[in-house]
Ligand binder design. Structure first.
Ligand code: NAD
Ligand code: TYD
Length: 341
């Protein structure tokens, strides 16, 4: 079997590369990534010694490149992680999100159709469902919840999902989609909440909390997400969407306080800053379908997962300090300069 992983130099894709090589010896895996600001070859450095692994640099929206790659490699499976992923960046530059997330996915779908890929799996997000009110803890996102994206990021992911499902209905391309809640774990780029707090608190810098910090996210360790995708790839039904989440809702303020406590840093580092425009209030996944059909359940509880993640960031300072010293510094200054003073 030959698997194409796109976006495998990013956070979840990189964890998935390691997970699949470990779980499925003999599986040939090609990692295709453009190496944008979010892609980092050091994330998959240890895979390089595996003869079944190879890396290709390229753009999923580059049709000629993608078609020649598919023709040459004859992939059995494709798992598409490649995307622009940060909501705040999508507010500044929506076009980049449409190009990669919508056009890129469509180019991959065309190539998969042309070269007879046996399974195209789209890695999507719970953000395509929009948000839930804070005062209705009885409500959850199911696979039947209507798409109602709030940000250019989630709108571009929703557009991609609709294209994927249309290729199933119109062309019978064997597709599946997973929609997962917020991930945390090793190799997450330090613009996202948890690694941002970690990296800043370790330097005794203020940690920015948007609005009042009451927004709720449903956190899942990245390894549980990878296992869910693996299950869907092997046993999921074609044309189906599977939500992935572990009923682990936390307010942002709770998450920030948990991380600060794990680092032994004071809560006085918390700084409430102006809110994100259109900020989604609450995400909460109902994972009943993947539990029932594929026997998937989260295995890493938040307390253990956060402790492991904190440990990883402490032991791998080189990985994220290098990122912070580069282009990301300019990003941080532009995004937060006025907010943090
Ligand atoms: P990430 O930003 O860490 O990584 C994205 C990767 O895609 C990077 O390596 C980047 O170089 C690559 N990439 C970007 N544009 C590309 C292009 N045009 N061609 C090829 N490669 C390109 O993202 P992540 O957090 O690992 O998310 C991966 C996927 O999972 C995304 O599709 C995202 O929507 C989805 N997802 C993320 C979360 C989360 O909490 N992070 C939750 C649910 C779903
Ligand atoms: P983020 O990690 O960007 O993921 P998403 O927006 O996809 O859920 O943000 C998680 C939550 O944390 C979200 O409600 C926004 C909030 N947040 C802050 O309060 N401060 C920050 O500096 C960042 C990056 C996010």
């Amino acid at each position: 079997m030959k698997l194409l992983v796109t976006g495998g130099a990013g956070f979840i894709g990189g964890n998935f590369v390691h997970y699949m090589l470990k779980q499925h010896p003999g599986l040939r895996l090609v990692n295709l990534d453009l190496l944008t600001y979010a892609g980092n070859l050091e994330t998959v450095g240890s895979a390089e010694s595996n003869a079944d692994y190879s890396f290709v640099r390229g753009d999923i929206a580059d049709r000629d490149f993608i078609f020649s790659l598919f023709e040459r490699e004859q992939f059995d499976w494709v798992v598409n992680f490649a995307a622009e992923t940060h909501v705040d960046r999508s507010i500044v530059d929506p076009g980049a999100f449409v190009r990669t997330n919508v056009v890129g996915t469509q180019v991959l779908l065309d190539a998969a159709k042309t070269f007879g890929v046996k399974r195209f799996h789209q890695v999507s997000t719970d953000e395509v469902y929009g948000d839930l009110p804070l005062d209705r803890p009885d409500l959850f996102f199911t696979e039947k919840t209507p798409l109602s994206a709030s940000s250019p990021y989630s709108a571009s992911k929703a557009g991609a999902d609709l294209l994927v499902l249309s290729y199933f209905r119109t062309f019978r391309l064997p597709v599946t989609i997973s929609r997962c809640s917020n991930n945390y774990g090793p190799y997450q780029f330090p613009e996202k909440l948890i690694p941002l707090i970690l990296s800043r608190a370790l330097a005794d810098q203020e940690v920015p909390v948007y609005g009042t910090g009451e927004n709720v996210r449903d956190w899942l360790h990245v390894e549980d997400h990878c296992r869910g995708i693996d299950r869907i790839l092997h046993n999921g039904r074609e044309g189906e969407v599977y939500n992935i989440g572990g009923h682990n809702e936390k307010t942002n303020l709770d998450v920030v306080k948990t991380v600060l406590a794990a680092l032994g840093k004071p809560e006085t580092l918390i700084r409430f800053v102006s809110d994100r425009p259109g900020h989604d209030r609450r995400y909460a996944i109902d994972p009943a379908k993947i539990g029932r059909e594929l026997d998937w359940r989260p295995e890493i509880c938040f307390e253990d997962g956060i402790a492991r993640t904190v440990q990883w960031y402490l032991e791998n300072r080189g990985w994220w300090e290098k990122i912070l010293s580069g282009e990301y510094r300019n990003y941080f200054d532009t995004m937060y300069g006025e907010k943090l003073g």
